[in-house]
Design a protein around this ligand. Sequence first.
Ligand code: SF4
Ligand code: SF4
Length: 189
Amino acid sequence: MSNTKAESLSRELLERVRALPGGQTIDKCIQCGTCSGSCPSSGAMDYGPREVIAALRAGMLDRVLKSNTVWLCASCYSCSVRCPAKIPFTDVMYELKRLGVKHKLCPSRTTNAVMSQAFMEVVNHHGRNAETKLLRKYYLRMNPFQILGQLKLTWRLFARGRLSFIPHTIRGIDSFRQIVAAVEDHDVS
Ligand code: SF4
Ligand code: SF4
């Protein structure tokens, strides 16, 4: 990715974060590492919370977005609560997820990223979740052969009326889609 594109990602994130309640504090990070030390997922993340802010300042956000980092955030808010600069870091993670999806920079085989995108597609299409369609999308993108391991459970749930193979679409789906489109337009602008 070019430096210009990477820098424009950083600018876009900063704009989004500064517009959040308390988001102006993003510039006050002192790189103390309290967030990374408090984060239950940082050990598994390619870049811990402190490094995310460092990458943002260095214009290297593209590396963060392509890594597993944001998709391992458990939204526990420990970083936000303990940050001495009161940076709402959990919200920064949400904005990073949105940015990664918007610019198609999500890691292609990270479980949470694939599940999140499949879920959004199903809900945007039907107005609600449809488990069988969601799982079909998910496994086809991750590893189609893993579907075989789910067949027994799927059949038992189906036999008890807990699962439907035909997705149900909500009433008023056209209005729902208009709302989603309006939100997405707002998000892009
Ligand atoms: S705890 Fe706050 S100030 Fe310290 S590194 Fe993390 S974001 Fe920066
Ligand atoms: S909200 Fe996310 S980044 Fe912050 S401490 Fe929890 S898991 Fe880590």
